[in-house]
Design a protein around this ligand. Structure first.
Ligand code: PNW
Length: 462
């Protein structure tokens, strides 16, 4: 049996707005997602995260379920506006207490906390008063918020992720407007992205200087799909490479190589802000590990200049900036999100990252799939999800065998939750959540995952 390394980190992941609920309890301030969900038509069925999985009141039960699965680590995020209701200055003690209890409960269960500081739920006041990620001031506000978290939780938290998916924040939040704050623009995504990178780097510098004694690690989680050239032509190969650079190198190049990719500078000209020499210094090397969220693969072809309606759920970025046409193979299985299941794309992406960034330690901080799970006789037979995890984990194992420094894998998600603009219809969980009774039930895939962890291998069957 092909085994994962002994110290491989097996985990599950969630994020604050998607699971906590308690959106205005105990002093929490509103976030841009609270506001966005209140606009009719933005979210499927006009659903909101007001209650979500009510993890705020059920976290002990959830941690028991995690322990039962045998996970070694749990990735969750802190809601900035629970800690600082307006995003700055005033600290909400009840918010500190909530996360402190979660951390203690995890440690009692022998589960290592991996904490994301920002998973999209920006305090609304920072959006209203400061224009959110468009204003450079946010890089200092974020650093001050991070300072509070390191100070309050850093004695027990040794694995930090500054930002979740700056690409999604920029493209879906400031480009296509399908996520909060709902801005639609061709240039704002690149400005927002610029400030996200600087905010990340400033908080990493602070952590390394002020909290070195805590001896933790800090990084960032970027998302990227794989882009496979549609044909063997030089043009399509270049298009696929370009698409990946516009996706992940946008954020990873500054951090690992010191500046934006050449192809982006050349094509975007003034729309892509530039870093000062001092900022380049600050940013380069600002990650102790490579956090990767990966979901799917598409074919990429050189565009003939006529922009086509092809991007699935927006995962193409601004296609006319790239001149790339995306498509999928009709034979590929697709999930309920419409995302194709292509395990070999995951392996190719891992190898691409390994090569471009000189063998970093990589953690897959999210990978998973949504299916329309149904409760039948008290059970959820999610065979499709089970196979998804099995195949993707096998691809990971192959990448490790071929020398990639993949150190861990977090399944998205621990339980069904509020899937942003798609609401509750898209079920990504290893645990089923009945959103009426809030009961949690392990799915078949959770039982499989438990066995895989125990055997340290994806080659297990139920
Ligand atoms: C990620 N895209 O979001 C997030 O980190 C999670 O909060 C989310 O639940 C999960 O993936 C599933 O969607 C993404 O359009 C949203 O490429 C959209 C895209 C990618 C990731």
């Amino acid at each position: 049996m092909n085994k994962f390394p002994k110290d491989f980190v097996w985990g599950t992941a969630t994020s604050s707005y998607q699971i906590e609920g308690a959106s205005d309890l105990d002093g929490k301030g509103p976030s841009i997602w609270d506001a966005f969900c209140s606009i009719p038509g933005k979210i499927n069925n006009n659903e909101t995260g007001n209650v979500a999985c009510d993890h705020y009141h059920k976290f002990k039960e959830d941690i028991r379920l995690m322990k039962d699965m045998g996970v070694k680590a749990y990735r969750f995020s802190i809601a900035w506006s629970r800690i600082m209701p307006t995003g700055k200055e005033t600290v909400n003690e009840k918010g500190i207490q909530f996360y402190s209890e979660i951390i203690d409960e995890l440690l009692k269960a022998d589960i290592v906390p991996w904490v994301t500081l920002y998973h999209w739920d920006l305090p609304l006041a920072l959006q209203m008063e400061n224009d959110g990620w468009l204003n450079k001031d946010i890089t200092d506000y974020f650093k001050e918020y991070a300072d509070v978290c390191f100070d309050q939780f850093g004695d027990r938290v040794k694995n930090w992720i500054t930002l979740n998916e700056p690409w999604v924040v920029s493209i879906l939040g400031y480009g296509q407007g399908v996520f909060a704050p709902g801005r639609v623009s061709k240039s704002e995504p690149y400005l927002a992205g610029h400030h996200l990178i600087i905010a990340h780097a400033k908080s990493v510098k602070l952590y390394r200087e002020k909290y070195a004694h805590q001896k933790g690690k800090i990084g960032i989680s970027n998302n990227c799909d794989w882009r496979e050239p549609l044909t063997e032509s030089i043009e399509d190969k270049a298009a696929a490479e370009r698409a990946i650079e516009f996706f992940i190198a946008w954020f990873a190049d500054p951090i690992y190589l010191g500046d934006y990719p050449k192809v982006m500078k050349k094509r975007l000209k003034a729309r892509l802000p530039s870093f000062s020499e001092e900022e380049k210094e600050l940013i380069k090397g600002s990650s102790d590990f490579f956090g990767l969220n990966h979901y799917t693969t598409m074919y990429a072809a050189n565009s003939d200049g006529i922009t086509k309606e092809i991007a699935v759920n927006g995962n193409g970025g601004i296609s006319e900036d790239q001149d790339v046409d995306l498509s999928i193979n009709k034979d590929w299985k697709v999930t309920l999100m419409g995302w194709a299941v292509v395990p070999w794309g995951c392996k190719k992406l891992l190898k691409w990252i390994d090569k471009r960034y000189h063998k970093p330690n990589i953690y897959i901080t999210e990978n998973g799939c949504a299916y329309p799970d149904k409760l039948i006789d008290g059970e959820i037979n999610d065979q499709d999800r089970l196979e998804f995890y099995q195949e993707y984990l096998k691809a990971c194992q192959e990448a490790i065998a071929e020398g990639v420094n993949l150190k861990g894998y977090f399944a998205w998600s621990f339980m069904d939750n509020f899937e942003w603009a798609s609401g509750y219809e898209q079920r990504f969980g290893l645990h089923y959540v009945d959103f009426e009774t809030l009961e949690r039930i392990p799915k078949k895939s959770a039982n499989w995952f438990k066995k895989a962890i125990k055997n340290e291998s994806a080659e297990v069957t139920l």
